[in-house]
Design a binder for this molecule. Structure first.
Ligand code: HEC
Length: 219
């Protein structure tokens, strides 16, 4: 017998022994394998949602101290609720100038965050509403047109009735006001404090694509 026969024979026997052992032991495939050197697998720090004996309340994650504000974050001046929405409507004014860029950015934001429910034309039949979400009232209707800018801002932050707030998704204040300008453009409403409406070609084109004419919407 040559040396290679011995090596091959040994390998074959080992394989048969391992397969046999595997069958006999009925390894539970749902269980974790044996871990070698698991140091990098299990983190040393506490898991965010685990309990901890370090703090008096027994949690690892702690509330930020009262009255603190994260860097770069401007807390909204008004809280949720109808009274606060009313106040926001009276005292908040859109600080942004309307430019073609503002409107283009507003269109991007609208399409990302509002269109799913309100629809491309603001009519209230966005894809989410068409699949059973309570359809919102048309944004180009009299009621929405009559809401002051500050109130629109408040709705973006806190929502209203069936509409959830979008403060977490649209956390930049400028972006929120940009959407307010965009809504006004869609509605063809003059924005207080910024002079005249700039119904840009861009908006007219967007609305035309959605099958509405900007002039119709002002009624
Ligand atoms: C999840 C669906 C949904 C999304 C997304 C959504 N809305 Fe709404 N929105 C609603 C519903 C539903 C209402 C009606 C609330 C009510 O009954 O008062 C509404 C109401 C409004 C109103 C008040 C209209 C009126 O006549 O009272 C405005 C303004 C508005 N939304 C703006 C926005 C803007 C701006 C965005 C994007 C930042 C947005 N919505 C995103 C569902 C949504």
């Amino acid at each position: 017998m040559s040396r290679w026969h011995v090596v091959n024979g040994t390998l074959l026997l080992t394989l048969i022994a391992l397969v046999g052992l595997n069958l006999v032991l009925h390894r539970d495939v749902n269980r974790r394998n044996v871990e070698f050197f698991p140091e990098m697998v299990h983190p040393v720090p506490l898991e965010s949602y685990s309990s901890s004996g370090v703090f008096a309340n027994g949690s690892t994650l702690q509330q930020p101290p009262e009255g603190t504000v994260p860097r770069g974050y401007t807390p909204p001046r008004y809280g949720p609720g109808e009274d606060q929405a009313e106040l926001a409507g009276q005292s908040l004014h859109n600080p942004l100038e309307i430019t073609a860029q503002t409107i283009e950015r507003g269109n991007d934001l609208y399409r990302a965050f509002c269109l799913p429910c309100h629809g491309a034309d603001g009519g209230g039949m966005g894809p989410v509403a068409m699949r059973g979400y309570p359809p919102p009232p048309p944004l180009l209707a009299e009621n929405a047109v009559s809401l002051p800018d500050g109130r629109l801002y408040h709705i973006i932050v806190y929502g209203q009735a069936n509409m959830p707030g979008y403060a977490a998704q649209i956390h930049d204040e400028t972006d929120r006001w940009t959407i307010v300008h965009y809504l006004r453009e869609m509605q063809g409403v003059e924005t207080a404090g910024t002079g005249s409406v700039v119904t840009t070609d861009y908006v007219t084109r967007q609305l035309a694509q959605a099958g509405v004419s900007a002039v119709e919407n002002t009624q």
